[in-house]
Structures are given as structure tokens and as C-alpha cells.
Design a protein around this ligand. Structure first.
Ligand code: HEC
Length: 455
């Protein structure tokens, strides 16, 4: 069995156009991005009520509270003291809050960035190292108020969605392996509309069993058949919706359908009639966007085969025949994926690392959406390089079985690796205009700063 697998793998590799380098990089060489925070013991008087609780309320409690998704609650001093070592550990390694973009390389201006600041991490580490003192009760901030209603995260900014499309109901068993639910439902659209934002969400009961869910668009062709075109927005635990940049829109054509791809993961109890929903916010009727954006899966990894106890690296390339702007990056993989980077080789040969996630954790699928003024601009002829590193050793804490071969596949126990990218497709004129607008903005900021210094 093992021999067959490795034998056929060799022929896959031979026939693939992708460069697949096995064990070229050992995982140790790109060692975990651990922030080595010596706690600052000289900072006396760090207390729970004054310093730590505000950080937990702001950054942790939305998940770490009664009725939300995290296993431990961090709403009182007693709870936080009980888990203080684990809290220190998780924040110092930047595993929590779950936002795993590397802080030391690549573009750091990301929408909805909820990483802790170094000061906040230091405060927590110091508090734990000082024995987790409570402090003065009078300093305790008032408790947060939560609503357990099912909400659209984008509603706060955009109001309720203009249109909602639901998957068909599905019963998730208490026990068993992963299951996929792929019903096809009509969009209910009787005219073409341009979309400015999407959000995919699980139901209230589905929050703990929906591993991820993707609404894929199927467009009606002239011959009466449906063609799958693009994905609209992927939900994975912890991810919020997507608001498109102002100069770009995605098209939702009339008579289209949604092919749902919902991946459920049984959690020990029955969940009945679960439905995943896609909320859509439209541009006004008749709106014509300047550019079209799409969100696609770029299968850049070549084939994957991981020997028992082994590590591997794969690399894939992609080139567009027109200039583009990359608006978001979402690495995807399963339990063996350790790290993934997104790089570009510009036509002049210059190479730039755009983003990297070391310590990838398959439980958290984030789409890192670049701030509008820094979203990478790729002139025609640029080559995108996606590199993935895998760890099938016993040192990988998420690895269920380091003794067996792992191959590419779609079950949670198989490996998978690709990138989801939201890309705005530009023309040469648009490309040059966006670049010069950004430069003008930068110059204006610099000029303002200089005049500030002179006055
Ligand atoms: C978006 C939701 C979310 C946010 C925000 C979040 N966590 Fe978590 N946390 C989880 C979930 C879910 C787990 C369970 C493990 C996993 O899924 O990664 C977890 C696990 C943990 C654990 C390990 C618990 C155990 O059982 O050992 C600690 C400690 C922790 N989080 C602390 C924090 C702290 C401190 C913050 C804020 C600075 C925070 N988390 C922010 C969702 C969250």
C-alpha cells in the first residue's frame, strides 16, 4: 500500500509542471514564529482589574464566554487566574487571538487586524509571572454585554443584507468523520447585480460543527447548462465577511445558482436541519463598476505526499495575462500544513514576500484582506509564487498520526494546500492610475509631516 502510494506519487511529480521539492526545507529551518517575551518584572503593579481585564474583554471575551465557541471562559478573575499559564502561553506564541499572519515579514496593514500589541502581550506575561494578582476591585471594568442573537458581522457597517441565500437543511450526526453537504439552490436573482459585500455564516447551532462552507456560483449558459465560475466568499470559523474595495465589484448574474460546499465535523451531539447562509449586499441598481474582482482558489501546490515522520515543501506559480491587484490572501491547508507564503516575482526580476503565515492552524481560516492603499499591485508579466511547508512528524501537535503517509485529498486527515485570493482584474490604464494615486497620497502625507515639523 505504502509502496503503491509512493510509486504513483513519483509519477505524479514527474508529470507535474509545478516544482515540488520534498524535504528541501526542514520545518526547523523556518522555526515557529515565537515571540520571546521576557516579561517585564520591573513593571510593578500590573493587576488583573486594572490592566488585564480590559485586554481580555476587548480581544478574547467574544469567543471565551458562556454560549460562544471557545472551550474556556475568561469573564471573571477566577476563570482567568485558573487558566493563567495557558493564557500566557497562547498569547506569547500569538496563537490567540487567532490571527496568524506573521508580524515580522510582509504587508502588515490588514483590515480587521485583531492581533495583540507587544505591550498587551507583555502586560499579560508580566501579570502571570508576578503570580496573577487581582488588584483593586474598584478598577474592574463593568462586565461586557452580549447578545446571543445570530448576527451578520457586517451589519454594523452596512445594515442588514439585501439578499440571503440558504443551503438546504442538513442533519449532522453526533459521531463519525467529516461529511460534506453540497446542495444546489437557486440565487433567486431575476436581474444581474453587482455586489459590494458578502458574508457566509453558520446557524447558531451550526457554529461548532461547520468546519468551513463555500458558496460557489453557477452561471446559466446560452446552451441551458450551468457553469461553475467562482466562489463567492468562504466561511471558516473566526472569519468575517468581505467588503470589496470601492473601485471593484463582483457580479451576481440573474438565473444563477449556488452550489454549496459545506464541510461538517461532528462534535458529539446531533445537530438537526442545519443551514448555512450567504448574506449579500448589492450596489445600487444600474451601478457600473470600474473593475471586476473575483475570489478564486489557486491550486498552486502540485501534488503532496508526506512520508511518515517527514516534512516537505511544495511550490506553485501563477501568471495573469493582464495587470492585477491582490486584495486578499487566505492560506488553506489541513493539519500537516505548517507554513505558507505568498510572493511575487516582478517583471524586472525583483522578488517580494507579500505575506506569510508560519504556525498555520487548520482550525482557523482567515482571509487576510489588505488595506486599500497597500494591496499588492502586480504589473502584467508578474509571477505569483506560493510556497507551503508541511510537517508530518510527531512534533506537530495537530498531527493525528505521524506513522502514516499523507497524500492530497479533501478529508480533514488528508492534506490539501492552496490559496484563496481575491483579485481585481485591471487594465494598463487602471493599473497606472491606481499606482500614481497611491504615490500622490504618499507625497501628500510626507509633505504634511514635513510642514508639521517646520511649524
Ligand atoms: C474568535 C474566537 C476567539 C478569540 C477572539 C480568542 N480565542 Fe482563545 N480560543 C478559541 C477557541 C475556539 C479555542 C479552542 C482551541 C482552538 O480552536 O484553537 C481557544 C483556545 C484558547 C486557549 C486554550 C484553552 C485550552 O483549553 O487549553 C486559551 C488559553 C485561549 N484560547 C486564550 C485566549 C486569549 C487570552 C484570547 C484573547 C487575547 C483569546 N483566546 C481570543 C477562540 C478564541
Amino acid at each position: 500500500m505504502v509502496r503503491n502510494l509512493s510509486g504513483s506519487y513519483v509519477s505524479w511529480v514527474a508529470s507535474t509542471l509545478y516544482l515540488v521539492a520534498l524535504s528541501v526545507f526542514s520545518v526547523e529551518e523556518i522555526s515557529a514564529q515565537t515571540v520571546r517575551f521576557a516579561s517585564d518584572r520591573s513593571t510593578e503593579n500590573v493587576t488583573f482589574t486594572k490592566d488585564v481585564m480590559p485586554i481580555l474583554q476587548e480581544n478574547c471575551a467574544s469567543c471565551h464566554r458562556e454560549g460562544s465557541i471557545a472551550p474556556i471562559h475568561l469573564e471573571t478573575y477566577e476563570q482567568a487566574r485558573r487558566y493563567s499559564r495557558r493564557i500566557r502561553d497562547k498569547v506569547v506564541t500569538r496563537e490567540m487571538p487567532p490571527f496568524h499572519l506573521d508580524t515580522d515579514v510582509g504587508i502588515q496593514e490588514i483590515k480587521g487586524d485583531w492581533r495583540l500589541s507587544e505591550d498587551e502581550i507583555k502586560t499579560i506575561a508580566t501579570w502571570v509571572d508576578n503570580g496573577s494578582p487581582e488588584g483593586d476591585i474598584a478598577d474592574m471594568p463593568p462586565p461586557m454585554e452580549w447578545s446571543d442573537e445570530l448576527i451578520w458581522q457586517l451589519e454594523e457597517n452596512l445594515g442588514p443584507p439585501d439578499h440571503v441565500i440558504k443551503s438546504k437543511p442538513f442533519d449532522v450526526p453526533a459521531e463519525g468523520g467529516d461529511t460534506w453537504w453540497r446542495p444546489i439552490v437557486g440565487t433567486g436573482m431575476d436581474q444581474d447585480r453587482y455586489v459590494k459585500a458578502f458574508e457566509t455564516r453558520p446557524s447558531r447551532q451550526g457554529r461548532e460543527v461547520v468546519h468551513h462552507a463555500i458558496p460557489r456560483l453557477q452561471v446559466l449558459q446560452e446552451n441551458g447548462e450551468y457553469l461553475r465560475t467562482a466562489s463567492l466568499s468562504e466561511y471558516a470559523m473566526g472569519k468575517i465577511g468581505e467588503i470589496l474595495p470601492l473601485d471593484a465589484a463582483r457580479l451576481l448574474p440573474k438565473d444563477s445558482r449556488i452550489e454549496w460546499d459545506a464541510h461538517y465535523y461532528p462534535m458529539g451531539y446531533d445537530v438537526e436541519d442545519d443551514q448555512v447562509e450567504l448574506g449579500i449586499w448589492f450596489h445600487p441598481d444600474g451601478f457600473e463598476p470600474e473593475f471586476i474582482q473575483d475570489l478564486r482558489l489557486y491550486p498552486l501546490q502540485g501534488d503532496i505526499a508526506l512520508a511518515p515522520g517527514g516534512t516537505a515543501m511544495t511550490q506553485g506559480f501563477f501568471r495573469w495575462d493582464h495587470p492585477v491587484r491582490i486584495d486578499s490572501f487566505q492560506p488553506h491547508g489541513h493539519v500537516q500544513l505548517h507554513a505558507k507564503s505568498l510572493e511575487v516575482i516582478y517583471p524586472d526580476g525583483k522578488r517580494e514576500l507579500l505575506s506569510m503565515v508560519t504556525n498555520f492552524n487548520a482550525k482557523w481560516h482567515h482571509s487576510y484582506i489588505y488595506e486599500d492603499d497597500v494591496a499588492p499591485m502586480l504589473p502584467e508579466g508578474s509571477v505569483l509564487v506560493v510556497t507551503a511547508w508541511y510537517d508530518n512528524t510527531a512534533d506537530n501537535p495537530l498531527n493525528p498520526d505521524p506513522e502514516v503517509w499523507k497524500a492530497r485529498g479533501s478529508r480533514t486527515v488528508d492534506e490539501m494546500s492552496h490559496a484563496w485570493l481575491a483579485v481585481t482584474h485591471l487594465n494598463q490604464e487602471g493599473f497606472e492610475r491606481i499606482v500614481s494615486e497611491r504615490e500622490a497620497k504618499k507625497e501628500a502625507v510626507t509633505a504634511a509631516q514635513e510642514s508639521g515639523i517646520r511649524h
